[in-house]
Ligand binder design. Structure first.
Ligand SMILES: NC(=O)c1ccc[n+]([C@@H]2O[C@H](COP(=O)([O-])OP(=O)(O)OC[C@H]3O[C@@H](n4cnc5c(N)ncnc54)[C@H](OP(=O)(O)O)[C@@H]3O)[C@@H](O)[C@H]2O)c1
Length: 384
């Protein structure tokens, strides 16, 4: 199966693809033309691989962290050229005969518009490239783009939506009429966590956010907003007041590693005997300052909370969330869209070939409100 119109240029057993690359924290992102080997004389892909022509990609804080935190040391791969990126959308160009993702529920075919995520840090096969050729194990998500979503916006779905989804694993059927707390509703992950909570039937969805992010959060389903910029003391007081009037939380989704409430968990979260769960998104760091290894490490408070859980002494279920493949994500995402609950905040759609550094700077300096997307399909630039 192959779409010849969208095939890359092939010469001497190699195909070319323009990609955004870096080597280590000392080298900025750079647009380069790469030559990658094809599988055989009549196929770019191996039997378990897929070839996608990329339409758009989206940035995540992880893209910044991966570059900023790669040392200039050969033993740690610091001299090797890498392609950046996790999120993408595009069109399927070729599928190997043994490619398996989605084969049961929604088999993919050549010409399908797809979105997804890749987690292949430190190599040449990541998403910020005109062509993606990978085997099924490399994708955290690979799904068809719903008709109501543009191919550009679809590029921004995966990392935030899938990470938020994973926070609720094991809780889907248990949140009807329940209480959910989302810490960091202004983050992409937190914003999507509100929408999943609504789909899963939560009655009260309490969020922390700054004033700039409060209105969007309330619009997509938050029922009570706490302004975290007023400080930890105020946040804890408001949480305790909420619990007094409406009961403890069934789940706390922490997208921003907010430690202010950890000493009060017993007072605000249901015990595990009643299903209480704390989901903390891994990898969080403050982006308004230079990313640093120490900011990626868990705090002592979190180590205490998680350590107690691992040792079997915790009163709650605790989960450290890192996005990975889950076959239920696709069908549940379709439900979210069909229910009219899905909304992605898009900050800007910029040109892949000329504006990638501007996109990087936006994320690095925390100036974006929503996803920053890089469009590969035409050079029309659109700032929202
Ligand atoms: N492990 C994984 O698989 C995974 C996947 C995705 C993301 N992550 C991590 O999760 C974090 C969120 O990612 P993202 O893409 O969703 O980030 P993002 O959209 O860039 O979120 C940043 C926003 O979080 C809000 N925020 C920051 N500190 C806060 C606090 N103390 N309390 C409440 N809100 C606060 C701010 O919004 P307002 O000030 O406007 O409210 C800020 O603009 C990142 O640090 C990322 O590294 C991990």
């Amino acid at each position: 199966m192959i779409n010849t119109n969208l095939l890359p240029k092939i010469e001497d057993g190699k195909f070319t693809t323009k990609a955004i690359t870096y080597t280590n924290y000392n080298t900025p992102w750079k647009l380069e033309t790469l030559e990658l080997p094809i599988a055989s004389a009549d196929s770019i892909v191996k039997p378990n691989e897929i070839l996608i022509k990329t339409s758009a990609v989206a940035l995540n804080p992880a893209d910044i962290a991966l570059r900023e935190l790669t040392p200039n040391l050969p033993v740690l791969g610091g001299k090797k050229l890498k392609v950046a990126g996790l999120d993408f959308s595009g069109v399927v160009v070729q599928i190997g005969s043994k490619f398996l993702v989605n084969s049961e529920s929604t088999p993919l075919k050549v010409g399908d518009k797809v979105f997804g995520g890749i987690f292949r840090p430190f190599d040449l096969y990541s998403s910020f490239s005109e062509y993606i050729v990978l085997n099924e194990k490399a994708f955290t998500v690979l799904e068809k783009v719903p008709e109501s979503i543009s191919i550009q916006e679809a590029a921004g779905i995966t990392v935030v939506t899938n990470t938020a989804y994973q926070c609720y694993l094991g809780m889907q059927g248990k949140l009807q009429g329940g209480n959910v707390l989302v810490l960091g509703a202004g983050s992409g992950v937190g914003y999507m966590a509100i929408q999943w909570a609504k789909l899963f039937g939560a009655k009260n969805i309490v969020v922390t956010a700054s004033p700039r992010s409060s209105q969007p959060a309330l619009k997509v389903g938050a029922t009570y907003w706490i302004d975290y910029t007023k400080g930890d003391k105020n946040e804890v007081k408001e949480l305790k007041d909420f619990v007094k009037s409406s009961g403890k939380f069934d789940i706390i989704v922490d997208a921003v590693r907010d430690m202010s409430f950890h000493s009060y968990l017993d007072e605000i979260l249901k015990p595990k005997t009643e299903g209480g769960k704390l989901s903390v998104v891994a990898g969080t760091f403050s982006r308004s300052h230079t990313p640093h290894y120490l900011k990626m490490l868990p705090t002592l408070r979190f180590i205490r909370t998680y350590g107690r859980f691992l040792a079997g002494y915790s009163h709650f279920n605790v989960d450290l969330i890192a996005a990975h493949y889950n076959k239920q994500f696709g069908p549940d995402f379709q439900k979210l869209v069909k229910a009219g609950l899905y909304d992605l905040k898009v900050d800007s759609i910029l040109d892949f070939y000329t504006q990638y550094q501007e996109a990087y700077d936006k994320i690095y300096s925390d100036k974006n409100v929503g996803k920053v997307i890089l469009n590969l399909e035409n050079s029309g630039v659109n700032d929202h």
